[in-house]
Design a protein around this ligand. Structure first.
Ligand code: SF4
Length: 229
């Protein structure tokens, strides 16, 4: 939906080269076809003349990725790159992003609500709540034993195959309005570890709680040593 519906996709990719690299139209279009091949669009040369509505959602996402990597960025920020795609296409898009990242060595910052997608692709995760970092750690440790109650809630909310017939877990309550945050830790009305300290004015500091692991919580130790469900 970010593509312009009235121009062929090849023209839209080529625009990057015309505007930023000063290429002539024919050279820019040759580069656009190469990029379409790089993001695995079959019959790229013929399809460069097609309009966005002639592609599936997954293919359109590949075109967007082609535009994003056209100028060899050092960092690619992919904000919800798999939203509105079905699971199979999601997996293909994530595989493609991973391959492109490995080929080019660029950094990849993935912004997503999908913890499954993150587990597969990321080296490090920063979890945010109400616009702030609440935990930052390498993927392996974060999934094995989260240190912040919000991360615990997110991970416990993932349906598990061995939990048939049980009610699915959800974090109680709703995220607060950013213009009317609770006093103290923003997560305190929804947190099962909350104490009076959590309701005192000021957010808990975001500090290193273990080597290479940062969290913004007064009770990290209890969270790390909690009884598991
Ligand atoms: S500071 Fe308190 S309310 Fe906030 S996440 Fe930690 S335990 Fe929960």
């Amino acid at each position: 939906s970010s593509l312009n519906p009235v121009f062929p996709v090849g023209w839209q990719i080529a625009e990057m080269f015309r505007v930023h690299r000063g290429m002539n139209r024919s050279d820019a279009e040759t580069e656009a076809v190469k990029l379409m091949e790089r993001v695995r669009i079959p019959a790229a040369e013929e399809r460069a003349g097609n309009y966005p509505h002639q592609f599936s959602g997954g293919m359109r996402q590949r075109i967007m990725i082609a535009m994003a990597i056209a100028l060899n960025p050092r960092v690619l920020i992919a904000d919800e790159p798999t939203t509105a795609l079905d699971v199979t296409v999601q997996a293909q898009i994530m595989t493609l992003l991973k391959e492109l990242q490995e080929e080019s060595g660029m950094g990849l910052i993935l912004i997503t609500h999908d913890l499954g997608v993150v587990a597969d692709v990321a080296d490090d995760i920063a979890v945010m709540y109400c616009g702030r970092f609440v935990e930052h750690c390498d993927v392996r440790r974060l999934y094995a034993n989260p240190a912040h109650p919000y991360t615990v809630g997110l991970i416990d909310s993932i349906p598990r195959l061995d939990q048939k017939g049980e009610q699915l877990y959800a974090i109680g309550g709703l995220p607060p309005s950013l213009t009317d945050l609770p006093t103290g830790c923003s997560f305190n009305p929804r947190c099962r570890f909350a104490t009076d300290q959590c309701r005192t004015p000021g957010a808990p500091p975001f500090i290193e709680v273990e080597e290479g692991r940062f969290a913004a919580c007064y009770h990290t130790e209890e969270v790390l040593n909690r009884e598991r469900v």
